[in-house]
Design a protein around this ligand. Structure first.
Ligand code: C2O
Ligand code: CU
Ligand code: CU
Length: 527
C-alpha cells in the first residue's frame, strides 16, 4: 500500500470521528462496544478459551552470560516462536528469546546492565527500557533500528511512509543487525519493562509478543519486610484477538511493515477480547493465605482496566499499593479499585490471609464487559499457610513533595486529533529530529498535558510527579514517581520533573500504541 492511500485513510478516519468535541476521536469512542474505552473491539475468530483453566505462568529470570565486578551482560535473540496460548492451537509470536512475555531481567541499582539484542525476526525492531533512566544511545530511539539478520537498510525501514514525516529529518544509517543497550541503572528499585519501539510499528510488534519485565532492586527496598521470592509475582496484563488458526489478529495496514498504522476503524486503539496474564488466558494461581506482592503492568496496546478483587476482603481496601511506575511510594495506599492505563505499573500487596481458606478470589476489570471483565483468579489453599514474616511497613521510602514553584519553565502539550494529520502533539505529527522542547539538565520543569481523548502520556529519561489533575489535587492513582499517566478525554494534568543527566534526544508520547504509531509522539532534547 502506498503512503498516499494510507494518508487518505487517515483523513477518512478523522472525518468520521470529528464533530463531537473540538477534535474527533471522542465521537468514535462513544460508538465503540465498551464505553469509556480508548479503542474498538477486535473480536477473535476462534472459540474463546475456558477461563481459569490454565495455571499462571511466571516468566523465567534471564541469567547473565557474563558478570563482572560492576556490570552484568545479557544476550537476547529476537525470534519467531510457536506458542501454546489457546488450547489445541499454535500462535506464532514475535518474541524476546522464544517466550511471551520475554524473560525477566533483574538488575541491581547502580550495577551496569548490558543487553545485547540480535534480531532474527523478519523485520527491523528497536528496544526500549520503559522507565529506565537511560542515556540517549541506549534509550531505543524509534529509528535506531536493529535490522534483521542478513537484512539491509532500505529507506522504508528507517523512515516509514507517514504523513508529516520529512525525509530530511531521517537519522538513517544508525541501523545494525545487533545492538548492545547499556543501562547504567542509576535509579531506584522499580518494576520496569522492555518492549519494542520501532517507529510506526510498535503496536504490531508489542501485540505479537515483544514485551518483557525488567526489575530493579536496591538496598532500601531489600531492607523492607515486603513479600519476596515466590510471593513476589510480576503480572503482565494484555488483551489480544485471535484468528481461527490461532494466530494473533491485528488490523495492521501493511503486514510487511512499510506503511505504519492500523485500518481506519481502529485508529482510536485496538482492543482484544481475550485477556492474557503473563501470556496465558484468564489463568489461575494457586495461592497460599499469605501476603503477595503483585507487580501489575498493563502492557495492552490501548485498553484501560479498573482492577478489583472479587470478592473484596472483609473491610475492603484489598489492593494495598506500595509502589508506582518509579518505585516505592512514601506510604502504602489501600485501594478497592485500581485504574491502570497502558504502560502504567502498580506494585500492590494483597493479604490473602484476610480470606477464608479455599476462597476463589477473582481479579476483575470494572471497565470490561463480557470476556474482558475478567482477568485472572487466585485459588486460595485450604491448608494452613506457613508462617508469614512479611509485613507492609507504614513508611516505605522518602519522596519529596512535588515542587512546581521550583520550575524554571512551564510548557503545555496538547494531545489531540487533527482532521488533516491524525494524532498529534501541539498540532504536529511526529517528526524525528524536530524537538518540541529543549530542556536544561539540572533544572526543574512543569509540564501541562491537555487531552481530547484517552491518552496515557509517557515521558522518557526522568520520572516525574503529578502536581495537579484538572486544576485540583492529583487523583487516587497518581501517587509516587510516575513515567506514564492516565489522562481521560478533556482532562489536564500538571507534572513536575527534574531533568538530571544524560544529554540528547528523548521522547514524549502517547502510550496508546496505535496513537503512538500514528504519530502522537515528540522529541525533546536535553542539554
Ligand atoms: Cu513504553 Cu516510549 O515507551
Ligand atoms: Cu519509555
Ligand atoms: Cu493517545
Amino acid at each position: 500500500m502506498t503512503g498516499r492511500i494510507a494518508r487518505r485513510r487517515l483523513l477518512a478516519a478523522a472525518a468520521v470521528g470529528g464533530g463531537a468535541l473540538t477534535v474527533g476521536g471522542w465521537a468514535m469512542a462513544g460508538r465503540s462496544l465498551t464505553p469509556g474505552q480508548p479503542g474498538l473491539l477486535l473480536g477473535s475468530r476462534t472459540a474463546l478459551p475456558q477461563p481459569y483453566a490454565v495455571p499462571l505462568p511466571v516468566p523465567q529470570v534471564l541469567a547473565p552470560t557474563h558478570s563482572g565486578s560492576t556490570a552484568d551482560v545479557y544476550e537476547i535473540t529476537q525470534q519467531t516462536a510457536r506458542l501454546r496460548i489457546l488450547p489445541g492451537l499454535e500462535t506464532t509470536a514475535w518474541t524476546y528469546g522464544g517466550t511471551f512475555p520475554g524473560p525477566t531481567l533483574v538488575s541491581r541499582s547502580g550495577r551496569r546492565t548490558v543487553v545485547r539484542h540480535r534480531n532474527e525476526l523478519p523485520h527491523p525492531t528497536v528496544v526500549h527500557l520503559h522507565g529506565g533512566h537511560t542515556p540517549h544511545g541506549s534509550d531505543g530511539y524509534p529509528t535506531a533500528l536493529i535490522l534483521p539478520r542478513g537484512g539491509t537498510a532500505s529507506a522504508a525501514d528507517g523512515m516509514p511512509n507517514m504523513p508529516g514525516m520529512s525525509e530530511a529529518a531521517d537519522p538513517r544509517g544508525d541501523a545494525t543487525a545487533e545492538r548492545t543497550y547499556t543501562y547504567p541503572m542509576h535509579q531506584r528499585a522499580a518494576t520496569l519493562w522492555y518492549h519494542d519501539h520501532r517507529m510506526g510499528f510498535t503496536g504490531a510488534n508489542v501485540w505479537h509478543g515483544l514485551a518483557g519485565f525488567h526489575l530493579v532492586h536496591d538496598d532500601e527496598e531489600q531492607a523492607l519486610p515486603l513479600p519476596r521470592g515466590e510471593q513476589d509475582i510480576p503480572l503482565m496484563i494484555t488483551d489480544r484477538a485471535f484468528a481461527a488458526d490461532g494466530s494473533f489478529r491485528y488490523p495492521a495496514l501493511d503486514a510487511a511493515q512499510h506503511t505504519p498504522g492500523v485500518t481506519a476503524p481502529y485508529m482510536d486503539g485496538v482492543l482484544g477480547d481475550v485477556i492474557l496474564v503473563n501470556g496465558a488466558p484468564w489463568p489461575t494461581l494457586t495461592t497460599q493465605r499469605l501476603r503477595y506482592r503483585l507487580r501489575l503492568l498493563n502492557a495492552s496496546n490501548a485498553r484501560r482496566y479498573r482492577l478489583a478483587l472479587d470478592p473484596p476482603p472483609p473491610g475492603g481496601g484489598g489492593l494495598v499499593q506500595i509502589g508506582s511506575d518509579g518505585g516505592l511510594l512514601e506510604r502504602p495506599l489501600a485501594h478497592d479499585t485500581l485504574d491502570i492505563a497502558p504502560a502504567e505499573r502498580f506494585d500492590v500487596v494483597v493479604d490473602f490471609s484476610r480470606y477464608r481458606p479455599g476462597t476463589r478470589v477473582h481479579l476483575v476489570n470494572g471497565l470490561g464487559s463480557g470476556s474482558t471483565a475478567h482477568v485472572m483468579r487466585f485459588d486460595l489453599a485450604a491448608a494452613r499457610p506457613p508462617a508469614d514474616d512479611s509485613r507492609i511497613p507504614d513508611r516505605l521510602s522518602a519522596i519529596p513533595a512535588p515542587a512546581p514553584q521550583r520550575a524554571s519553565v512551564t510548557r503545555t502539550f496538547h494531545f489531540q486529533r487533527r482532521a488533516s494529520t491524525g494524532w498529534t502533539i501541539n498540532g504536529s505529527p511526529y517528526e524525528p529530529g524536530r524537538p518540541l522542547a529543549t530542556v536544561r539538565l539540572g533544572t526543574t520543569e512543569r509540564w501541562r498535558f491537555v487531552t481530547d481523548f484517552h491518552h496515557p502520556v509517557h515521558l522518557h529519561l526522568d520520572h516525574f510527579q503529578v502536581a495537579a489533575r484538572n486544576g485540583r489535587s492529583p487523583g487516587p492513582h497518581d501517587a509516587g514517581w510516575k513515567d506514564t499517566v492516565d489522562l481521560r478525554p478533556a482532562e489536564s494534568m500538571e507534572i513536575v520533573t527534574r531533568f538530571t543527566d544524560y544529554p540528547g534526544r528523548f521522547m514524549l508520547h502517547c502510550h496508546n500504541l496505535e496513537h503512538e504509531d500514528m504519530a502522537m509522539m515528540a522529541d525533546f532534547v536535553a542539554e
